[in-house]
Design a protein around this ligand. Structure first.
Ligand code: ACO
Length: 295
């Protein structure tokens, strides 16, 4: 479709494969599959869920929220709260942090947190600067309230003055889309900001818990680009054997990227009980954030 090559893409990004959802598939379909498996792993029934938070930039429709549609698909009849969070590639960190606050306050016991995006639907397939980077996916976790950590802390940030460097500016107006509905990105600018803010927020999370870099056992970063991931790991003094990398298999899946990486490492049995995991992401907004958890 565009003038590019595997070698160019792989050397710049580390991406080998991407998944594109079949025609007619919507974000809540992927979210449903991921949620079903997360609920099964958690050993609860869907009606025990008190809160659904879906991080997505590509909702099924303008409204209602994808979380509301997901609740119905899961057959949840208990009237639980359900809403979407929009922080693009940082969405899952924002969603997890939001759910964590509700559980900490004692308001809810079980939260379903989903990162799901169909970026393929908002990509201009003639723009080689963006179309090679993105894929579709969904990942989900069930958070349970408990006395043991769990999530140690979360740290969220945004600098809206950078909103133009990564955006899909189109909006519905008078029955038409006004402005471009496709992803527009200044790749170089995003790259520089990403490396800087991921380092800053990692330090913030580590210091907030009275830890040092050497206390971090695993890094589960947003999966956008292997060079951003490697630069982040280097600044943290971590070998790549302690970094979960899945970007080669699915490209940048936006809000789904972190939970997909978490799921793949968890199912491979890579994490040991008591290990400290740093998850972090950056995306449009520009938003960024980190979350430390004890496995
Ligand atoms: N295939 C071949 N050539 C390409 C392609 C492509 N797919 N895309 C761009 N080029 C060309 C450009 O046209 C340019 O050619 P020119 O020199 O003749 O003008 C040349 O390659 C270099 O372009 P750059 O944009 O400078 O390439 P760079 O090395 O910066 O890599 C990339 C581009 C991969 C987008 C990089 O900037 C990047 O990874 N940025 C981070 C962006 C990102 O990951 N965004 C995801 C969303 S945000 C997030 O999740 C963090």
């Amino acid at each position: 479709m565009v003038d590019t090559s595997h070698d160019w893409i792989f050397s710049r990004t580390g991406i080998v494969e991407r998944r594109i959802a079949a025609e007619g598939v919507v974000t809540s379909d992927l979210a449903f599959e991921a949620s079903r498996r997360a609920i099964e792993s958690a050993g609860i029934i869907p009606d025990e869920i008190d809160l659904i938070v879906v991080a997505t930039t590509t909702p099924d429709m303008q409204f209602p929220s994808t979380a509301a549609i997901l609740q119905a698909k899961l057959g949840i009849k208990n009237g639980c709260a359900a809403f979407d969070v929009q922080a693009v590639c940082t969405g899952f960190i924002y969603a997890l942090s939001t759910a964590d606050q509700y559980l900490r306050s004692g308001k809810y016991r079980h939260a379903l947190v989903v990162g799901a995006d169909l970026l393929s639907r908002v990509i201009d397939w003639t723009d080689r600067g963006t179309c090679v980077l993105f894929g579709d996916g969904a990942g989900a976790v069930v958070l349970k309230a408990g006395d043991e950590p769990g999530i140690l802390s979360s740290h969220l940030h945004c600098d809206g003055s950078y909103s133009q460097i990564l955006c899909a500016p189109g909006r519905l107006s008078d029955g038409k889309i006004s402005g471009s509905p496709f992803v527009h990105m200044n790749g170089n600018a995003v790259f520089k900001i990403a490396v800087t803010v991921l380092d800053e927020v990692a330090r913030e999370a580590i210091e907030a818990n009275g830890l040092t870099k050497s206390d971090i056992d695993w890094l589960v970063p947003h999966q956008a680009n292997i060079r951003i991931i490697e630069a982040t790991a280097k600044k943290l003094g971590m070998g790549m054997d302690r970094v979960v990398v899945t970007v080669d298999k699915h490209g940048n899946t936006s809000a789904a990227a972190i939970p997909l990486a978490l799921d793949s490492a968890a199912r491979e049995g890579r994490f040991r009980k008591g290990e400290t995991i740093l998850m972090e992401g950056v995306g449009g907004g520009v938003t960024w954030g980190a979350l430390l958890l004890r496995w």
